[in-house]
Design a protein around this ligand. Structure first.
Ligand code: GDP
Ligand code: IMO
Ligand code: MG
Length: 428
């Protein structure tokens, strides 16, 4: 088995960074395939604690090549800061490559993200304000600027000048904001270009070569299935697909090459930003989960909304991603819970719904139908062997496997790389 795609199964922040940092040990390449610096992937390992926004979570192994794929949008200031932070911690970034096809986040993207959110007012989506939506919109509108354009100053200036002309009309005439200066952006981005030039590559061929040799490759997803623009809670979604299928397009690989799809799920649900979340707990239990698990955004610091595990949404996520293996994280947060609830269906008016509704008006009115299972008293964060887990924890997992029709093959019991129970080997 060679190519493994790792995706978020819920609304993001499931612990993908931790799982990738763990699995990358056996990989030759780790490649990020979507999103941008809206992502915040936390890694806790012998080098320290890191929140990675753009750089793949495999960067801590000197022999692993890390690629930021064509499907990612890149704010070069964030990338350079991240490279600097890692270097300051003694982490080598010489094996990092950035696809020349990836699109750039420009200053007008971040500005417009904020202005659009303010204009939406009460209907704000709660974006990370990192310019993600406007950058992906420009990509598909064919007015984006790509990382490779930075390598030729004349091309870059022409593209920037064409794009900025329209953006300044929007800024001044729609939003009554000040226009942005072509010279300032040009000089700033030329400077970034010089600093990242050595990282820029045609990266899909590097992945093809590794796959041809049968070398293990990990595709690192960002966000989570329920934030997908097609299948998520539209319009409360992000602007690139976090699904496994996007992993192929986001690095330039055919779907036949993917051997396994690992879906990372928390043992409960969280969501940052606006939009429906049927199992949200606005009570003491929700607060308890938030405080115990420090559920505050890795990118924006916003408190995450917390609730019981939603198996209706979870099953949908397994289906739309083609998940073959589940990595269940944060099981330790349930230590000391006498009862744990799982949402197995929704009630809509007098109807019982077991599939995830596409219509937001329906989803917003859905009431969770819960099943209760026994919890456990003891702390499980020191356990490394599946059989040593309390019977109640194993029972909770097997109920989730049944509801999601998918095996749980990794169990995370704490933030540290070592706090893991491996049920199955992913690279053979
Ligand atoms: P990602 O975006 O999917 O990589 O997840 P984040 O890094 O945004 O959020 C996950 C948070 O949970 C981070 O603070 C991790 O250090 C932490 N974490 C990951 N796995 C576990 C776990 O099994 N138990 C606990 N208690 N924390 C975990
Ligand atoms: P990781 O990779 C959780 C959410 C935002 C907002 C919506 C749209 O760390 O799991 P955007 O800035 O993308 O236009 O915001 O998507 N969002 C995330 N939530 N984890 C993430 O990434 C997220 N990336 C975006 O909070 O609701
Ligand atoms: Mg995160």
């Amino acid at each position: 088995m060679a190519v493994v795609t790792i995706v978020g199964g819920q609304w993001g922040d499931e612990g993908k960074g931790k799982i990738i940092d763990l699995l990358a040990k056996k990989a030759k390449i780790v490649a990020r395939f979507s999103g941008g610096d809206n992502a915040g992937h936390t890694v806790v390992n012998p080098h320290g604690e890191f929140r990675l926004h753009l750089i793949p979570s495999g960067i801590f192994y000197p022999e692993v090549t890390c690629i930021i794929g064509n499907g990612v949008v890149i704010n070069p200031a964030v990338l350079l800061q991240e490279i600097k932070d890692l270097s300051n911690h003694g982490v080598d970034t010489n094996r990092l490559f950035v696809s020349d096809r990836a699109h750039l986040i420009m200053p007008y993207h971040t500005l417009l993200d904020a202005l659009e959110e303010e204009r939406r007012s009460k209907g704000a989506l709660g974006t990370t304000r990192r310019g993600i939506g406007p950058a992906f919109a420009d990509k598909v509108a064919r007015s984006g600027i790509r990382v490779g354009d930075l390598l030729d100053k004349e091309t870059f200036r022409n593209r920037l000048s064409a794009a900025l002309e329209l953006k300044n009309i929007i800024l001044t005439e729609v939003y009554q904001a000040s226009p942005l200066s072509l010279e300032e952006i040009y000089n700033q981005y030329c400077h970034y270009g010089e600093q990242i030039a050595s990282f820029i590559q045609e990266t899909s061929s590097m992945i093809h070569e590794a796959v041809a040799k049968g070398e293990p490759v990990l595709l690192e997803g960002a966000q989570g299935a329920l934030l997908d623009p097609d299948f998520g809670t539209y319009p409360y979604v992000t602007s690139s697909s976090p699904l496994a299928a996007a992993g192929c397009v986001g690095v330039g690989l055919g779907p036949k090459e993917i051997d396994r799809v690992v879906g990372v799920f928390k043992a409960y649900n969280t969501r940052v930003g606006a939009g429906p979340m049927p199992t949200e707990l606005k009570d003491e239990t929700g607060n308890l989960i938030r405080e115990k698990a420090h559920e505050y955004g890795a990118t924006t610091g916003r408190p995450r909304r917390c609730g019981w595990f939603d198996a209706v949404a979870g099953r949908f996520s397994v289906q739309i991603n083609g998940i073959t293996d589940i990595a269940l994280t944060h099981l330790d947060i349930y230590d000391g819970f006498s009862q744990i609830k799982i949402c197995t269906a929704y009630k809509f008016n007098d109807e019982v719904i077991t599939s995830f509704p596409s219509n937001l008006d329906i989803l917003e009115k859905c009431q969770p139908i819960y099943e209760e299972v026994e919890g456990w008293e003891e702390s499980i964060s020191g356990i490394r062997n599946f059989d040593k887990l309390p019977a109640e924890a194993r029972n909770y997992m097997s109920r989730l496997e049944e509801l999601l029709s998918c095996p749980i093959n990794l169990v995370s019991v704490g933030p540290d790389r070592r706090q893991i129970i491996s049920v199955k080997e992913f690279f053979s």
